[in-house]
Ligand binder design. Structure first.
Ligand code: CUA
Length: 180
């Protein structure tokens, strides 16, 4: 009986060890072979968080045409709001979200999308997404950032691209910095 217990224990130890090795392998594979890491590594840019409000592109939050044929959606996550709190973007175009924080760690999650970023002070986070369907998508801060964390949310308003162009022509809609 005692030997049987030993055998079972050995098998479990072996299994546990193998799982550990598999996880370590997955970790190294993800970080070195696939290049998965925290947002804002050097190639994405590091800025002085104290100067985030005056450092390009964060001195002009909003939606702007970029060189790769899509749009940049530039925003800042600050205690306790997104600036701007509403972004109007065209459907069917590639949107590159570029965001940072001047104060503490915030999150940026856009519902029903895979936009899910950490906004770390001084680090520039980027993520691209193409909205297929017009509509209003809520963005929320999903990192606890202080007493008013739960009030930190905003909207991404996705409009058909013709409507977007029309709005743009009349008044740079959605591009004004709100407050501050
Ligand atoms: Cu910002 Cu929670």
């Amino acid at each position: 009986m005692a030997t049987r217990v030993h055998q079972v224990e050995k098998a479990f130890l072996l299994l546990g060890g193998l799982i550990l090795v598999a996880f370590l392998f997955a970790l190294f594979f993800a970080s070195f072979a696939m290049g998965i890491h925290l947002p804002g590594k050097v190639e994405h840019g590091i800025i002085d968080p104290a100067q985030a409000r005056t450092t390009p592109p964060f001195d002009r939050p909003g939606v702007w045409r970029n060189d790769s044929g899509g749009y940049d959606a530039v925003l800042r996550g600050e205690m306790w709001r997104f600036i701007p709190a509403e972004l109007v973007v065209p459907a069917g175009e590639e949107i590159t979200f570029i965001a940072t924080s001047p104060d503490v760690i915030h999150g940026l999650h856009v519902e029903d999308t895979r936009i899910n970023m950490m906004l770390i002070p001084g680090q520039v986070a980027r993520n691209t997404y193409t909205f297929r369907e017009p509509g209003t998508y809520q963005m929320v801060c999903h990192e606890y950032c202080g007493p008013a964390h739960h009030t930190m949310y905003g909207n991404i308003v996705v409009v058909p691209s013709e409507e977007f162009e029309a709005r743009r022509a009349t008044d740079e809609a959605g591009n004004r910095e709100e407050g501050r």
